[in-house]
Design a protein around this ligand. Sequence first.
Ligand code: ATP
Ligand code: MG
Length: 421
Amino acid sequence: MGSGEVKISGWVNSLRIVGAVAFLEVMDGGSLQLYTVVIKRHEHPELWNLATHMKIGSAVTVKGSIPSGQISKRGLEVRAYALNLLSEPIDFMPLDPSGKTPALLDTILEHRYVALRIPRQRALFAIRALVVEAVRNYFKSLGFLEVHTPKICGAGAEGGATLFQLDYFGRVAYLAQSPQLYKQMLMCGFSRIYEISPYFRAEPFSTVRHLNESWGIDAEMAFIEGPQDVMRVLEDLIVHVFEYLKAKGQREFSELGINLQVPRKPFKRVTYNEALEILRSRGYNIEWGQDLGSDEERVLGESMVEEGYDAYFITEYPWHAKPFYIMRKKEESESFDLDYRGMELASGGQREHRYDKLVENLRDKGLSIENFEFYLKAFKYGMPPHGGFGLGLDRLVMTLTGVQNIREVVLFPRDRQRLLP
Ligand code: ATP
Ligand code: MG
């Protein structure tokens, strides 16, 4: 094929006939490029016949030439000289693949594979893949090693009712709710690691930001001086992801109609106590020690946005509101949450690395020392001070794409109702 020639392998999204000219909108499955294939009756009578009887949703190949090379929103124009029908739908299409007639979220989730032909839907998942790419090259540049820890576990990170239980050759096992314990144990041998992996949580959620299977970006780093070292790595990661996406995701963001705003560094840092003050001044009274609910998160987010901050850290939570592995600082803790416009994106902090203190922390939370023996052992052999964070990948993609429901950016979401497809 010479220059200005193209071979498209993809699906027919729509057909329009204007007089003696047929316009087929075809989405190429490989390049994700949208084409408008033009066929004139008097030039190619056989192609015209095939094209004008084409069912929406058919899989085809097209060969043709590109006259002007102009890319428009509705795709590159192609003058076809060959058209092949490979596979015809045998049922009505469950949704309009051109996206002109919007589909309900439930319909999209039920027929995700077809929905991927809608340009907006493809853009969401192309962005998701770019985010993972950005995360990997960021960590690599800082010397973090990518690791993989087990997802079938003999003990949970925080214990309790939030774990999915399964039968493991007659023993009780759980699906991992986070890589927390393993990534900390690794600090005995590696000093900078990260993992991108699924979290399984058994709570009966019914919100737009929780799933029972979600993906997390976890990092852990040793030889730190305090939680601020970890916060800087997380802040730089977020900014890097935004910048990378702004540079590499232009086509996708223009499909979504979004002009990405890279958050300004340094992110605002407010202590838990300051957050309570801000909330009080807006009529929300929270008892000291309580976690912030979604209403409080939203109101705090509004106040931060008014100050010019989309992304902000909430630091020094009460120790009783945080898990046992967080380092205690009297009644408070060396912890932080990262929120973006009122939604939690990440939690992290400095961990307790001193064996005796860690045992004390477990006791304080009423957890069994015996169950955590395998984990505690790793703290007997020169465990350095360390800290890290867990960042929700799905929530990060929601933030970038501005979608309101986490299910939109997950191919086959798992929630209380949805187990199939
Ligand atoms: P939240 O308070 O929003 O329920 P969490 O504090 O229970 O979250 P963490 O244990 O801190 O969650 O997990 C780290 C990150 O993983 C969260 O900040 C969030 O971005 C993401 N995450 C946690 N649970 C879920 C979930 N069920 N669905 C989607 N993302 C989640
Ligand atoms: Mg959290």
